[in-house]
Ligand binder design. Structure first.
Ligand code: NDP
Ligand code: 8X3
Length: 252
């Protein structure tokens, strides 16, 4: 039977591109997200154009009851998840710490940290039982350095990096790889979400920069996932060529 990959946040950006590349290469896909129409549309596309086997699960990673419900109810033939890609996440707002919105902070912490934990807590035991698996956590270069107005988003991604290390240590005895992927600027719906629908402001983030695309991150994840069983990429930072760090861009 072909391997099973579960991608959270597959309705857009990195998650969608990652689902595409694994489907193209014959994997079975569990795709998740909150926007049901997007999920249904992706499911159809993967089945029709890639001839993939797909299970679409419509849930919010912030709700532990929903997460447990859908994972516990997985059909028997979908339980042997080989690869989990904890990708669902977001930045909301960009304000100095004294002016930030608590609701924005809660959305980021609840999604990027707690949601990632809920999904991992539900899926990891399935991997442990099979003594096999690979978990990818989508961190960010924002987790390596804090930048002005990035405060809570940066902190959530620093937490993802730390959790990735902790998971790798805890799951060492279970033959489970854990990889933290830390991308820099990538043009997806990320900035539209961050600026709450202000597309002009979102577009300006990438002005003069040939930013990463979802496919670039997907290709790297696929590369890491297909290395020999004795090789694990632990932490991988990737940026556009025009970005050296969160502080250094070269705009043309
Ligand atoms: P997008 O906004 O394009 O995609 C985000 C995905 O996450 C969507 O599919 C969205 O689906 C899903 N998602 C968000 N909140 C929830 C939730 N509560 N429950 C379930 N799914 C959710 O952004 P990207 O593809 O760029 O972002 C993917 C990841 O990469 C995020 O973790 C982000 O922080 C990280 N990242 C992004 C970078 C960038 O510059 N773009 C750089 C570094 C890291 P839906 O709305 O349907 O639920
Ligand atoms: C997204 C990259 O630099 O906008 O994680 O924080 S950045």
């Amino acid at each position: 039977m072909n391997k099973i990959v579960m991608v959270t946040g597959a309705t857009s950006g990195f998650g969608r591109a990652t689902a595409e590349i694994f489907a193209k290469n014959g994997y079975r896909l569990i795709i998740t997200g909150r926007r049901k129409e997007r999920l249904d549309e992706l499911e159809k596309e993967l089945i029709n154009t890639r001839k993939a086997k797909v299970l679409a699960l419509n849930f919010d990673v912030r709700n532990p009851d929903e997460v447990n419900f859908v994972i516990n109810k997985l059909p028997e033939e979908w339980k042997a998840i080989d690869i989990l890609i904890n990708n669902a996440g977001l930045a909301v707002g960009m304000d100095h710490i004294d002016k930030g919105y608590i609701d924005d902070w809660e959305r980021m912490i609840d999604t990027n940290i707690k949601g990632l934990l809920y999904v991992t807590r539900a899926v990891a035991p399935l991997m442990v039982a099979r003594n096999s698996g690979h978990i990818f956590n989508i961190g960010s270069i924002a987790g390596k350095d804090a930048y002005e107005n990035g405060n809570v988003y940066c902190a959530t991604k620093a937490a993802v990096a730390s959790l990735s290390k902790g998971m790798r240590i805890d799951l060492l005895q279970n033959n489970i790889k854990v990889t933290n992927i830390a991308p820099g600027m990538a043009e997806t719906e990320f900035s539209i979400v961050r600026f709450k629908g202000d597309t002009t402001r979102a577009d300006s983030v990438y002005k003069g920069i040939d930013a990463l695309k979802g496919e670039d991150i997907a290709n790297v994840i696929y590369f890491c996932a297909t290395l020999p069983s004795h090789v694990c990429i632990n932490d991988l930072e990737m940026t556009p060529t025009q970005q050296a760090s969160v502080f250094h861009n070269y705009r043309k």
